[in-house]
Design a protein around this ligand. Structure first.
Ligand code: P6P
Length: 333
């Protein structure tokens, strides 16, 4: 007899007593948003929802219709139930406040509604990334201080991967757990309990087309990842290259198979591309829960204090040994 464990049941059964209630309900709300977005993503080719809306987001990137849809769904499902006091989204320059006619809650939600959107029109996996903080000051109606917290302060983080199946993977600090959407039931069912990074790692993910823009130290690390012996470095591991160009998809494969994803700084782009608050931060929380690490090349990303909503960070995330080697290579004189 199959033991169907829905995400709702699992969240409820595994929340610390203190958190039962608002956080549990907020995770339900995000799971519901994921189901609605999944419905649209899986029909994107059949409805007039592919392509651009003709506007650009704060990042200056063309906004895809599905980006805008996903952003709106998450905000609308979370703005009124009274769990959240403020939100920050990749698609909005400023904070998203809770309308004054709604009760405010005690959590702050940060999210990238649809990461990897350049892959939408070519049917490649895309994803939603989210992080949940406890508000710093429960009296106020949500301020920047409530979202500008290091990822170590997260009370929950996760992602949704829209691919051959839709999966929701999250952690509340008690391990990383994966749920697969059963389209007939319309339920996320527990499919990957207690995900741990396997050893040895199998993959490295990096966009080698930027090789010429990297520092000599980063080039040496990339050569080492490819299997080249490098002076004064340990023997390289046998790794295969996989790069989808969709952060959530690359992260998810490395989480399940072992590996590292790197989006390093370039000589003229010291901050790299990946955003700290709603991409690197939540994923660094997850990877530590799964036995791995995330670094910007010098320090753990989970401990970086964000100063602005959309700041970027170089990122090396996954297998602890490979991340540690990245730091050693990058700190060479
Ligand atoms: P590049 C998607 O736009 C994204 O932010 C991540 O999902 C992905 O890992 C990265 O950019 C890909 O960037 O420069 O390799 O195309």
């Amino acid at each position: 007899m199959n033991k169907f464990v829905t995400i709702e049941r699992f969240i409820l059964d595994n929340q610390p007593q203190t958190a039962k209630g608002e956080l549990t309900s907020l995770l339900y709300d995000i799971a519901l948003a994921a189901k609605i977005i999944s419905y649209k993503v899986n029909r994107a080719g059949l409805q007039d929802i592919l392509g651009r809306v003709g506007s650009t987001n704060i990042q200056g990137e063309d906004q895809q219709k599905l980006d805008v849809f996903a952003d709106r769904i998450i905000f609308q499902l979370c703005d009124h139930p009274g769990r959240v006091c403020v939100m920050a989204s990749e698609e909005h320059k400023e904070l998203l406040h809770i309308p004054t006619h709604y009760e405010k809650g005690n959590y702050a939600l940060v999210y990238d509604p649809l990461d990897g959107s350049s892959n939408i029109d070519v049917n490649v996996n895309i994803g939603t990334i989210f992080g949940i903080y406890r508000a710093k000051n429960w009296e106020e109606r949500g301020r920047k201080e409530d979202v500008l917290q290091p990822a170590r302060a997260l009370v929950a983080a996760g992602y949704v991967l829209y691919g051959s199946s839709t999966m929701m993977v999250y952690s509340t600090g008690q391990g990383v757990h994966g749920f697969t959407l059963d389209p007939e039931l319309g339920e996320f069912l527990l499919s990957h309990q207690d995900i741990r990074l396997p050893e040895p790692p199998a993959y490295y993910s990096i966009n080698a087309s930027y090789y010429h823009y990297w520092t000599p130290q980063m080039k040496a690390y990339a050569d080492w990842l490819q299997g080249h012996e490098v002076a004064n470095a340990p023997k390289p591991l046998k790794l295969s290259a996989r790069y989808i160009g969709s952060l959530v998809a690359d992260f998810h494969r490395n989480l399940l198979c072992g590996g590292i994803f790197a989006y390093p700084a370039e000589v003229n782009k010291p901050e790299g591309k990946i955003r700290l608050l709603y991409e690197a931060g939540p994923l660094s929380f997850l990877i530590e829960q799964a036995g791995g690490r995330a670094s910007n090349g010098r320090e753990n990303i989970i401990d970086i204090q964000p100063t602005t909503l959309h700041q970027r960070t170089p990122i090396f995330i996954g297998n602890s040994y490979l991340v540690e080697q990245a730091e050693k290579f990058l700190q060479r004189m």
